[in-house]
Design a binder for this molecule. Structure first.
Ligand code: SF4
Length: 94
């Protein structure tokens, strides 16, 4: 088996080694999910408005730490993460 068997030339492959460990990503997911749930239980809005979401996404799109819509710092799918009030950029770009 060679690299092209796993990553066809026409598909941009993600360097899985560049992301945080599975354990770290699981911790991040649990932490973020807990914050979102806690926010909802307190009756607060869980989603940002479209303007903030688009500003965040624009920042991510210009960030070298974004790879195939995922953040190399936290491993999150940023198109989803930017929508939540409790979300933060791990390196404080937003
Ligand atoms: S969350 Fe922060 S570090 Fe990650 S891609 Fe977006 S701007 Fe870059």
């Amino acid at each position: 088996m060679n690299e092209n068997d796993i990553c066809p030339q026409d598909v941009e492959c993600v360097d899985k080694e560049a992301f945080p460990s599975v354990m770290q990503m699981a911790k991040n997911l649990m932490s973020d999910g807990g914050k979102i749930l806690n926010n909802a239980i307190q009756g607060n809005s869980t989603l940002v408005d479209d303007t903030i979401r688009e500003q965040r996404w624009s920042t991510c799109l210009s960030c070298p730490r974004l790879q195939n819509d995922r953040c190399l710092e936290c491993g999150c799918f940023m198109k989803v993460k930017v929508a939540f009030v409790t979300s933060k950029c791990p390196i404080e770009k937003w």
